[in-house]
Design a protein around this ligand. Structure first.
Ligand code: SAH
Length: 479
């Protein structure tokens, strides 16, 4: 069946719903949501909820005969009662008169469908199915609703205000469309969606000036990719991932997340492992600047949250020095992700009133961490990059007074199908992992809250759909 998605002005188009029960009520609600001029008719008394709706909206009631006969008043007829034979007969007659007919649950008798409307004025999106799978339509509608920012329509203000100048600059329609496509999906569009209208206008002004000087400025998105499971990405992260021209990612970004990039986007691996510094930090910072200066939308994807042991601050510092527009999208940091997927609440009224995120990356086998503070009880301490230093960490904590039987969890590749949880105590953890081949990244959680793991553990990596885990590479991970 081929359908034409057609938008109809509901103020100038009359509809009638024939029915008395819940099915009629649902149809009526769909029409009322778009302020349709709608009347109701039935051979039977209305059910309670339908009656309420009719009363609340003061809808006019007509007889079924009137509904069927008044061609000019009701060009759209929704039939939600009667037996199949009667419905078929009426549908044939109505269609022969050139009217639109929708028979509830009988797409084969209908020549019209009531679509869901996603309203992002002035953009309207309709989602409909040919009738076989209304649930799919509902699911997709809900996804799109969540996906497309409420303020998406604001982008039209941007176009309206600058139309003439852009027309002069790009007399060729194709070039003009390309310009708008870049702007609306770029930093100016982002600012507009975020409600920062003045800055958006200012940026557009700058961009126009630059183009007038024959050069287009790019921008950088510093995006937290979370701990692994792609479903833990924020909506904003996904949107930016899908619009970037080039992506720089490292080892702690799950491959499934890099796969969300546009297929024509350039991918640059700047991976890092303790023994494998693919691209030094200074070069990454410079690369971001260079690519943005070429007019590209550059995505810098970082594992977890970019501002937690991520050196995100250094990267954007360089951008700011070079006056390159950027934005930062937070991600779920490894501590939050691993703890949730291991059933370990990081704080708990009975066990821990605070939590600390600490780097366990030791220089020359030692570290100047504030051991006495970390050893005090009733707090949770999470060590990032702690695997190599674990013997020293456990030793120091006990030496500074933390009980040797304090529970410790070591979580490998948290939130992925490769997740593994090893639970022991400060006294026994080193011995526990001695014969185990662990695959980085790993996170260490120390504190009484770890004892809750046994009861609250819910995540089954074997059943998980999200990520298969991280790229296999030699060596312990580092910042
Ligand atoms: N910015 C990141 C942390 C980067 S430091 C964040 O916010 O999560 C790298 C360390 O993070 C690794 O050594 C490891 O300790 C930890 N880590 C990151 N992802 C992890 C994961 N999926 N499972 C376990 N640990 C992880």
């Amino acid at each position: 069946m081929k359908m034409l998605p057609l938008m109809v002005n509901t103020q100038e188009f009359g509809a009638v719903v024939i029915g008395h029960d819940d099915s009629a009520r649902r149809k009526l609600q769909a029409l009322l949501r778009v302020n349709a001029q709608v009347a109701v008719a039935s051979e039977q008394p209305f059910c309670h909820k339908l009656r309420e709706l009719v009363h609340q909206h003061q809808l006019s009631e007509v007889s079924v005969q009137e509904a069927l006969q008044h061609k000019d008043r009701f060009p759209l007829v929704v039939i939600a009662e009667g037996d199949l034979e009667w419905q078929r007969e009426q549908a044939i007659k109505l269609k022969a008169e050139g009217r639109l007919v929708n028979v509830a649950e009988h797409a084969e008798l209908s020549n019209a469908t009531l679509a869901y409307l996603i309203d992002r004025h002035p953009v309207m999106i309709s989602v409909a199915s040919t009738g076989e799978a209304p649930v799919l339509t509902r699911i997709l509608k809900a996804r799109l609703e969540a996906w497309i920012p409420q303020s998406y329509g604001r982008l039209s203000h941007l176009v309206a205000g600058w139309g003439d100048r852009v027309k002069t600059l790009f007399p060729n329609k194709k070039h003009r469309e390309r310009f708008w496509s870049q702007q609306l999906q770029g930093a100016a569009g982002e600012l507009m969606i975020a409600g920062r209208e003045q800055q958006a206008e200012q940026l557009l002004e700058n961009n126009l000036e630059v183009i007038e000087a024959d050069q287009l400025q790019g921008e950088v998105y510093l995006v937290g990719a979370g701990p692994g499971d792609p479903e833990l990405l924020t909506l904003r992260a996904v949107r930016l991932i899908q619009q970037a021209d080039v992506v720089l990612y490292d080892r702690l970004v799950a491959p499934e997340i890099v796969d969300l990039c546009r297929s024509d986007a350039e991918r640059i691996y700047v991976g890092k492992a303790r023994s494998d510094h693919a691209v030094p930090q200074g070069e990454i910072n410079q690369l971001l600047v260079d690519l943005a200066l070429q007019g590209k939308r550059v995505l810098r994807l970082k594992g977890g949250d970019p501002f937690i042991f991520g050196r995100g601050g250094e990267e954007i510092d360089k951008l700011s020095q070079n006056k390159i527009p950027f934005q930062v999208v937070p991600g779920i940091t490894a501590a939050a992700g691993c703890a949730a997927y291991a059933g370990i609440p990081l704080t708990h009224r009975d066990y821990a009133q605070s939590v600390r995120f600490v780097t366990g990356h030791l220089k020359d086998g030692t570290t100047n961490l504030p051991w006495a503070e970390l050893a005090s009880s009733a707090q949770t301490v999470v060590f990032y990059m702690g695997l190599v230093g674990l013997p020293e960490i456990a030793r120091q904590l006990v030496a500074h007074g933390r009980a040797g039987d304090t529970p410790v969890a070591l979580i490998q590749q948290g939130t992925t199908r490769n997740q593994r949880n090893i639970v022991a105590t400060l006294d026994t953890i080193v011995e526990h992992i001695a014969d185990k081949k662990l695959e980085p990244p790993t996170l260490i959680i120390v504190g009484e809250v770890v004892s809750l793991h046994e009861k609250l553990n819910w995540f089954d990596p074997e059943q998980a759909g999200g990520s298969h885990g991280f790229w296999a590479r030699q060596g312990e991970e580092s910042e």
